[in-house]
Ligand binder design. Structure first.
Ligand code: 2AM
Ligand code: CA
Ligand code: CA
Ligand code: CA
Length: 266
């Protein structure tokens, strides 16, 4: 597997930030933590990892623009290229000592995602994808799962957090999906959820209220692993609606149908 120069830059940035996260994870009780909103924490580890990613990417491509979870938008002189960065996806897991978190970096060219990297330092799992070049876990080529029946499928999801609306709707969706699938999983990192779909570990996934930095790299991984993606309406406005439904062709369409089921009162 030959990686392009730009993908190598992204891999180096993600792994360097990942090593910083792994060090901080070992001393998580000593980290300064602050609250951004209800149930929404950010720690020194998030900020340190973001600084590392920013410095590495900026050094390699000084003109590109950025959208990063903690620093927000940074306009470069090249607005055709934009980095989408989540330095620590799964902060809640991280702060609770649960080793399910990742660095996520994607590159957009003229609004299209062309490269993506997700790195889980605790498991030393590196996911990479380039548009047209396939998706990989470490050096292994990825393919979404082949299971075609929802009743055999394991489906990942994200539960709406404190301070976000739609909890009632979510419970009705969950009940409908539960009734038709082999099992539900909840990792607590949207980036890893999508990587797991690309790797065929999850047969499908859905979640609401996600931001571009959570999902951009994972979206490319799934596409390059032969998977299907849409928003909850079946359209392609995933960033706009902040909703995502993913799987192989059969599971994606079956899951979309279950999610569209009229939600019945309990
Ligand atoms: P984070 O850890 O980078 O904040 C889990 O379902 C997903 O939702 C994760 O990608 C997580 O990203 C995000 N998330 C969890 N709690 C959140 C909150 N209170 N506000 C915004 N995003 C949150
Ligand atoms: Ca966060
Ligand atoms: Ca995130
Ligand atoms: Ca984050």
């Amino acid at each position: 597997m030959a990686r392009s120069a730009i993908l190598n830059v992204m891999v180096q940035a993600a792994m360097k930030a990942g090593r910083s996260l792994a060090r901080d994870f070992g001393e998580v009780q000593n980290l300064q933590v602050s609250l951004k909103g209800p149930g929404d924490y950010v720690s020194q580890a998030d900020r340190r990892a973001e600084e590392i990613v920013y410095a590495e990417l900026k050094r390699a491509r000084p003109d590109y623009s950025f959208l990063m979870e903690e620093r927000g938008e940074i306009e470069g002189s090249d607005s055709q290229h934009r980095w989408l960065v989540d330095p620590l996806d799964g902060t809640t897991n991280f702060l609770h000592g649960i080793p399910m978190f990742a660095v996520s970096i994607a590159l957009e060219r003229q609004g299209q995602i062309v490269a993506g990297v997700i790195y889980n330092p605790a498991m030393d799992e590196l996911y990479t994808a380039e548009r047209g070049g396939g998706a990989f876990l470490n050096d292994r080529r990825l393919r979404v799962a082949a299971r075609a029946k929802l009743q055999d499928a394991v489906i990942g999801t994200g539960v709406p957090h404190l301070g976000r609306g739609h909890h009632g709707n979510y419970l009705l969706e969950l009940r409908n999906v539960m009734g038709e699938t082999a099992g539900i999983r909840r990792l607590g990192s949207a980036a890893l959820d999508l990587a797991y779909v690309a790797a065929g570990r999850f047969d499908g996934f859905w979640e609401d209220a996600l931001s571009p930095w959570d999902i951009a790299a994972g979206m490319l991984l799934i596409r390059e692993a032969g998977g299907f993606l849409s928003d909850k309406n079946g359209g392609q406005d995933i960033f706009g609606t902040k909703s995502i439904v993913a799987g192989n062709e059969a599971i994606h369409s079956a899951l979309l149908k279950v999610l569209k089921k009229p939600v019945k009162p309990a």
